[in-house]
Design a protein around this ligand. Sequence first.
Ligand SMILES: Nc1ncnc2c1ncn2[C@@H]1O[C@H](COP(=O)(O)OP(=O)(O)O[C@H]2O[C@H](CO)[C@@H](O)[C@H](O)[C@H]2O)[C@@H](O)[C@H]1O
Length: 522
Amino acid sequence: MGTVHIAPSLPDSPFLRISREASPPAQTSRIPSSAATRKRLKVLAVTSEIYPLVKTGGLADVTGALPKALSAFRIDTHSLVPGYPALLEQARRHPPLMEFDNLLGERATLRHLEIDGLCLFVLDAPQLYDRDGGPYVDRHGNDHPDNWKRFAVLSLAAAEIAAGALPGWQPDLVHSHDWQTALTSVYMRSMGCAVPVVLTIHNLAFQGQFPAHVLSAIGLPPHAYSLDCMEYFGDISYLKGGLMTADHITVVSPTYAREILMPTFGMGLQGVLRQRMDRLQGIVNGIDQEIWDPANDPHLPVGYDARSIRNKRRNKPALLERFAMQPGKGPLFSAVSRITWQKGMDMLAEVADEIFQVDGRLIVLGQGDRDIEAALHRTAERYPGRMAVSIGYDEPTAHLIHGGSDAIIQPSRFEPCGLTQLYALRYGCVPVVSRTGGLSETIIDANDAALSARVATGFQFHPVTADGLRHAIRRACAAYRHPTHWSRLQMRAMQADYSWDRSAAAYASLYERLASTRSLMT
Ligand SMILES: Nc1ncnc2c1ncn2[C@@H]1O[C@H](COP(=O)(O)OP(=O)(O)O[C@H]2O[C@H](CO)[C@@H](O)[C@H](O)[C@H]2O)[C@@H](O)[C@H]1O
């Protein structure tokens, strides 16, 4: 499994009949292709989120930024996304590219949209995607009951495009992301489509696990329910299917790539990942430095960069005012995060008092687990004016928090990469992070050696326990009492380079290698 399959023509599999016979592509317009475009590598990215259009977390940041960064490497990415309400109005202003008559029994229209430097293929199937709520949940926070179908249809459409359904445009490579699009390579292999596939796991905790009977409803043959494909503890797992059929698997940091081979972080898939270890690679995320730019951030009252870092403090009053808080003598810590066990936000509720002992302040912005939210609220009630908790998702406020806080706390129990700490570095907020996954390799702990080498950028703690976090907060508060020491940390943080350049180069060389291997074999 996982090697490039060569098929001179698409086989007449029963699966194939479901969509291809029933849906001869009706071309109504073409993607322009100049000679210059032909020389560049064509990539079909498939994703359930993309910034700035639809975002619930870090996945969107990556899928929104990577295509732009890859462009410099002569890679043209078209991103296939579901036709959520946020996209439909604009997408429907353009003529359809093609119609799918029968994607698992559903009709869908493929539309093309260029927006914010992104080339999108929008899968317009209102019965599946044009709904209230978020990409995965309804307005009450419950999973859409047909998520198994919504994301299977998205993956099937991607596989169809990869196999040549769209006249005038066929990708050289497909890049799928997380369980929602992991079926793409399963469908492609089932069709005999030889286009190489990279699957990126942003978070192994989400696996797309459904009852085994779903298999026939998603148009896959019974033999897909096997140990070396989708079978998963008596159910089926979309992510496992992707892991077994993609040509290459990436995760979002080298440390996480090692961690997930062990039971503690492998979430039940460690055996599968070990099996595919020769195809597994960690590539650390970058950040979009135009969107996260403290010198030109429309959400900050005062812009600054490393040379004018003194101006950063002028954002603090606006931030405190936004949360109706009083200034204090100690540092202002913040957390911008999903409020979940993964992110360690329960530990933060437990040890927040450490901050108030030195007259520090704490702001928490996020949403998620109701019990942890309640625990944070209870702590905040004990410290009025000193701690604020805002439940919700608010991008402008996230920017203001990075612009006005002294430090960002990210006490994750596991963290594939983490982006908040990278934004914190860029904004001169000193990160206080657990030593796990991408956090451990993007933040340099302010230990004696790092301080004397002048490379420290933040504080790490291990073991990842409430006591560990408490100790790290104490160390940060102690450092804050020495302004020279603190501003040196801030400067180092701001000088750290987490632009996409290096990571995009790693993806580009992976793409080139896979695409050229395929062309040698065909
Ligand atoms: N309430 C709120 N309001 C506004 N913005 C909020 C917010 N809560 C979170 N955010 C934003 O959402 C993003 C979260 O990204 P992370 O990488 O930190 O975690 P996430 O678990 O979503 O991503 C997964 O995928 C990414 C991308 O690969 C990995 O970095 C990560 O480790 C993995 O868990 C950041 O842009 C953050 O600012």
